[in-house]
Design a protein around this ligand. Sequence first.
Ligand code: ADP
Ligand code: MG
Length: 689
Amino acid sequence: MKLEDSISKLTGIGPKKLKALESISIKTISELLNYFPRRYIDRNFSDTILLKHGEIVTLIVTVIDSYLAHGKRSRLLVGVKTKNHERISLVFFSGVNYFQSVFKTGMNLVISGKLEYFRGLQISHPDYEVISSETEEDFVHAGRIIPLYSLTESMKRDGIDSRSLRKLMIQIVDEMNQKKILISEILPKPILKKRNLLDRNSSYSEIHFPTDDKKLQEARKRFAYEEFYFFHLLMNFKKKEREKIKRKLWALPHSQTAELIEKKLPFELTPDQKSAIQKVTSLSKSDIPYACLLQGDVGSGKTITALEIALHYIDNDVQVVLLAPTEVLARQHYSTIQNLLSHSPFMKMDLFVGKEKEKTRKEKIGRLKSSETLLAIGTHTLFQDDIEFANLGLVIIDEQHKFGVEQRESIRLKGKNPDILAMTATPIPRTLSLTFYGDLELVLIKSKPKNRKEIQTKWIKEDKRALVYNSVKKYLNQGRQAFIIYPLVEESEKVDLESCIEAYERLKELEFKEYNVGLIHGKMPQQEKERVMVEFKKNNIHVLVATTVIEVGIDIPNANVLVIENADRYGISQLHQLRGRVGRGEHESFCIMITAEKVTDEATERLTALTQSNDGFYLAEVDLKLRGPGELLGLRQSGLPDFKVGDIIKDEKLVVEAREDVLEFGSIGDMEKIEMRNRFTEGRILFPN
Ligand code: ADP
Ligand code: MG
């Protein structure tokens, strides 16, 4: 048997099972071997059943008799005896007829289940297996820690269960242990020694059929390490590859336009903003392109920071693209930047959003191609094939977690190795940033502008809604504005949309009839959305009823009250983002989260965390604990691979060690290249390289 052989070589596998396994991409021995158990149960034989009441026991027994007992519920009682001649009844309440036909006097069984006492010792509905003699059984399913595998519906339908997988797996592992199949080591020897890792061959054997718990942990550790090692190796490889393609020096050390608008700003940049601009522009002095993550909590002023950086390119006639995840935000950026630049001679910018007249679009595309436009601001529409740049030097991605990997890559490929500036408000815990952004420069804006007051956050039950509206009115009367958010987590949820529109009608007619109430949601025509945002910005709309289309980025400093309906339906970071829509000016601001009287325990934890802290970093840590890293970063999108064994939170130490080792020992031979390719499908790890 060889690793690349088809699994049809194994005994006990017919066409049906073959097909079922194929459906989860298992065709070869090696692929099957890499189908790791989901969990394990300890099925070591119990030597005695004395004093084992209430415990799970695994025993070899012989059937003595069996009979149907009639009563309130009829049941089958199968009497068995252990090697020590102790008698136990196996009780079956359902499938009585079937089980009656299974158990015959004299039969040998391995049974496993919880030992109970009810007029004698009994186990109800035990796991069992018929064996022909006490020694014949290879102890595949009992007498050891046994593996349980994840099963899809189609696998179950075609007769594949953990038991049959074990029967297949043991054939491979047996051959491995007899050295008929050899699994070669793929980690460098010095690393195995330094980190005290189990060799690969034994690890495969132990991960499927562990000798004991200690060995199982060793095997697990080895595979986790291996995953992290190859991941870091790949990151490092990509970085080197990228650095090979030198680029022109794009950015100027000084930008006149940046200096000009800085003088015109109604505020002074914070020290963190200044140093971020400094740091990023200094990176552009090298002929190796940089990828940089600008991280600053909501409202910390990332937009102006990014603009100033961009101007260092623009003043040098190099093109910059600024991507925003929503049209509303793209439009806002466009008008903010237009205002900021209105005194400067530079006006070469264009907005690219969704549907436009064919002619307008063509003209805009022409201006990009001819390099007449130096700053392109827009949404996903910029990924389209007909968008071409003459000399794209910097890609700015606002709210970068909202973009998919392929999208980020496709925009990057529109330039000749441009610099990348990704922006986010989601703080990234240390291990994650090491793994995820291994070779990304991290630039932080820690402090917020001086004049900001803490946002007051309250959690209110819905029976007090009238009181909430009263205090909203108090602020409206002072000239402020308010948001009322209705949950529409997915833009496609029709019912939610209807309830949002209904609420808008009601608020407009009743509770807020003395005020101008506006509505904005994702399904509205673009022009309408734009009109509403302009009116709101001008304070012609006092109360804006909205779905989460306004979640990210929107900046209306005069709005100081945000009411979130059904707040329990959002995650922590989404609530924090939403809350960031207020507290952006000098006014004291409020976030009021409304829920039903009763919410789940997790929702309670989330909402309490929000009321206790305005600190995005702290909240991200709470979020991480409650939900795990996948949810926090939107990992599916983010490009971090699914590690099969490794857990980037629990195995933090291994993550760090693997990275160190890659830098110390890592080399990319052909073998490593193949291994990397096999492990990580291209698309997934493209960004942030
Ligand atoms: P975010 O980091 O969430 O993207 P923005 O860039 O939208 O934040 O900035 C939020 C608000 O703060 C904007 O109205 C912006 O004009 C203002 N702002 C930015 N920098 C400063 C500063 N240094 N002092 C005062 N206000 C600032
Ligand atoms: Mg922003």
